[in-house]
Design a protein around this ligand. Structure first.
Ligand SMILES: [Zn+2]
Length: 160
């Protein structure tokens, strides 16, 4: 069965940024399950998978605009050290979780100054070209319940 809107796809994937170093991948024997056409994976990857059949493999290169977006310089914020948790020693590359109205937002520390730190609100993969190596393990029609919920049930899906 081929990948199309409203079908559940089980996908083995590896993600790197062009230098071959794998930064994310599906666990062995546990492919990612997603509902195709429901924006559950980045648009550039979803579009490239359309029409692939079970067992097919593909290398997909996704530009930032079709991935996690371009890096927005306005996402850089300076935070006074006095607003950091007591006893916390900030280091470049660390991630802080900030509680906002939208839930927890990760703040990556980009620079550490004497009185402040500079944090980056952008997605860690913003501005990056994504290289996916994918293999389609299974394609099936979604159940009516899955379509109603907008996500996959069962292994790799929602509700445990
Ligand atoms: Zn559900």
């Amino acid at each position: 069965m081929k990948i199309a809107n409203g079908r559940v796809v089980a996908l083995e994937y590896r993600l790197h940024l062009g230098d071959g170093e794998v930064i994310d991948q599906s666990a062995p024997g546990q492919p990612l399950a997603y509902l195709h056409g429901h924006k559950q994976i980045v648009p550039g990857l979803e579009g490239a998978l359309e029409g692939l059949d079970t067992g097919e493999s593909k290398q997909v290169v996704v530009a930032p605009a079709q991935g996690y977006g371009d890096h927005n310089p306005e996402g850089l914020r300076t935070v006074p050290r006095t607003m950091l948790p007591p006893g916390f020693t900030p280091q470049v590359g660390q991630t802080l979780m900030a509680q906002t109205e939208d839930g927890n937002v990760p703040l990556r520390i980009q620079a550490v100054n004497d009185d402040s730190v500079v944090v980056d609100l952008n997605h860690p993969l913003a501005g990056k070209t994504l290289h996916f190596d994918v293999t389609v393990r299974e394609v099936r029609d979604a159940t009516q319940e899955e379509l109603t919920h907008g996500h996959v049930h069962g292994p790799g899906g929602a509700h445990g």
